[in-house]
Design a protein around this ligand. Sequence first.
Ligand code: PLP
Length: 353
Amino acid sequence: MRFAPARFAPATPVRVNLASDTQTRPTPGMRAAMAAAEVGDEQAGSDPTVWALCDRVAARLGKEAAMFLPSGTMANQVALATHCRPGDQVLAHEDAHILTSEAGAQSAITGVLVHGLPGPRGQFDVAALESAITSPSRYSPPQRLVEVEQTANRGGGACWPADLLCAVAACARAHGLTTHMDGARLLNAEVALGAPAAVQAAGYDSVWLDFTKGLGAPMGAVLCGSADFIDRAWLWKQRLGGAMRQGGIAAAACLYALDHHVARLAEDHANARALAAGMAEVPGLLVEPPETNLVFFDTARTGMSAAAFAARLAAVGVLVSVVEGTRARACLHLDVSTAQVEEALAAMRTAAG
Ligand SMILES: *Cc1c(COP(=O)(O)O)cnc(C)c1O
């Protein structure tokens, strides 16, 4: 097993990149905003563009304060570390990013246990949460935090309904637990549900947005919460090496994304629906109906693994990502046009046949 990614040099030029919404390239307008950014030393508190981004995201998510971080993974781990003490237990969905995709940071660095809750589409209900709550004893790990993911990535990009988010947060609070929302794609949910992100996040003590997914920025996540929480979170930001210098160059891209790339997420969702509808007509592909920009599908009935199917597509310049076994994901974002969706569908028909 090697940890470093292979140097990606496709034999065929990439024509449609459905591999991930992280692979968007900064637009010319975004690059111009970055080049023009006023900067300082973020770590020393003197970068005005970073402060402008923090103020704007905190207001947009209805929280008192915010901090800029290099990545969403760091936002999750800073939040867990700030809310919890080593040995504490976090309750989250069993497919949660913190459990499946952060290289075990919750135990390697943060020192918490994550207890996975079951439920369809990456969501759990109040009954599942209630049944996982233990009565305090010196034998069991202290339960400290409930975490939700909006949208649920491995849940198929599904949106937690706003009232379920509210009910889960209320249940957590009634049991004395704090709450954290992994809002990597919260703005996709805002656009899809028509429910403001601040309303969805209202019951949560902390919440963050990832700017490198559908928003199209090259780096950065913004973590929000109470002023006291963000103050304490700075210790972990510093400790993990997440305190930056001329961070304004990156923050300017994020501000640009808030101005130009939020409403257009609806186009990605429409393209996802069009892709899924077309894929449903391809013999052998089983498609999960998308709610946002992620289209998960199963290749079992083509007789191919997801990897074999993805390799056939890659050979003609169409990239999708392999989840595991026969499960794969196609991801819509600002570098995929409606015409490219048609091109991808044509390639899938050939690859499946
Ligand atoms: C991408 C993602 C993250 C991590 O964000 P990075 O910026 O890649 O570190 C966390 N949670 C979810 C749900 C994600 O999709």
